[in-house]
Design a protein around this ligand. Structure first.
Ligand code: GDP
Length: 342
């Protein structure tokens, strides 16, 4: 495959751009080492043309209404605000089985027929870190191609939410109205990440939705006292995570959602927090990939592979301390690496 020129991505007609995007993303998703080298060149060429989009993370359990909401939001942004909207996904189930909770093509049918929408299902196969990396890079392709809003969707299962939070400017969690009745059901770790909580399906029982809104608002207030540098309300109340109610099915509350996103965006850019968040993300991403790469190289190392079965058996059998085994294995790998340098 030739290195695709980025001109069609940047300047092509709508149809040409879409083809160029699909081609570029296919290259980024390829696992062939020669493709990877081309993909790195492509990314370097693209980078100066990226960064202008709003990167929006959307998470929630299956059935909460993510695709209904993203479709309603996407159509609203395209029709009312003349924006171009890309939708990417990280589907943790695809990393294990190649199956999909999120990625089937029948979702968001109306949105996918819009000229100014681009929808790409989750990459599949490999580790979650690998899938997330491909999605993050695809986001850059969308930005270079002029998409103003890139939505990254995932299901509410911990690690994948952290990955999406780690690549977006604003992270939104969708909840069902009854979640507020049982605060145990609200996963503290994820709520700490949320810049905005959306209680969907408010049309079914508006009172329950309002109750959930009040409960989640007060539990978020407690969470805010420690931790998230984007919220940081001890140091001057920069952003108090909001909780809104909405009906994705009826399209009610979508404009309010966008008003909150715009308010958050203005706060982020005005305070320099957007730059800071993206810098943190880029560096964290680099280190995450280094860690993954080192671990992979370590496991592939012949010396490590030779020693591993015996040492694992000894650790499992209680004859060798785990830390001693780890030191031996690390030393075996480093000796070999040192020998190569000498
Ligand atoms: P996802 O799995 O999170 O993507 O959820 P879907 O968007 O596929 O929605 C799951 C079901 O909930 C579908 O039958 C939707 O029609 C329904 N649904 C989504 N949003 C709403 C809403 O605001 N109100 C009501 N009553 N149903 C909704």
């Amino acid at each position: 495959m030739n290195h695709p020129s980025i001109d069609p991505l940047l300047h092509g007609s709508s149809a040409v751009r879409r083809r160029a995007m699909a081609k570029a993303i296919t290259l980024l998703e390829s696992t062939r080492p020669d493709h990877r080298a081309q993909a790195d060149e492509l990314l370097t060429a693209l980078l100066p043309h990226t960064g202008r989009a709003l990167r929006l993370g959307i998470s929630g359990v299956p059935g909460v209404g993510k695709s209904t909401f993203i479709e309603a939001l996407g159509l609203h942004l395209i029709r009312e605000h003349a924006l171009k909207v890309a939708v990417l996904a990280i589907d943790p189930s695809s990393t294990v089985s190649g199956g999909s909770i999120l990625g089937d093509k029948t979702r968001m049918e109306q949105l996918s027929n819009e000229q100014n929408a681009y929808i790409r299902p989750s990459p599949s196969g490999g580790t979650l870190g690998g899938v997330a990396e491909k999605t993050r890079e695809s986001m850059l392709v969308c930005e270079a191609a002029g998409y103003n809003v890139v939505i990254v969707e995932t299901v509410g299962v911990g690690q994948s939410e952290i990955a999406v939070h780690g690549m977006t400017d604003m992270f939104c969690v969708l909840q069902l109205p009854n979640a507020g009745d049982d605060l145990q059901a609200i996963k503290k770790g994820v709520m700490e990440l949320a810049d905005l909580v959306v209680i969907n399906k408010a049309d079914i029982d508006p009172h329950a939705a309002m109750r959930a809104q009040a409960q989640i608002t007060s539990s978020l207030r407690l969470l805010m006292l420690h931790g998230n540098p984007d919220h940081d309300w001890k140091a001057g109340l920069v952003w108090r995570p909001k909780v809104i109610t909405l009906s994705a099915l009826k399209g009610e509350g979508v404009d309010e959602f966008w008003a909150v996103v715009s308010e958050f965006r203005a706060m982020q850019t005005g305070s320099g927090r957007l730059t800071a968040r993206r810098e943190r993300q880029a560096l964290a991403w680099m280190w995450e990939r280094i860690d993954a790469g080192l671990k992979h190289a370590f496991r592939q190392h012949p010396q490590v592979q030779a020693l591993l079965p015996r040492l694992q058996a000894e650790v499992a059998g209680g004859r060798l301390a785990p830390s001693t085994a780890a030191r031996n294995l690390l030393a075996a790998q480093m000796d070999k690496a040192q020998a190569a340098i000498d």
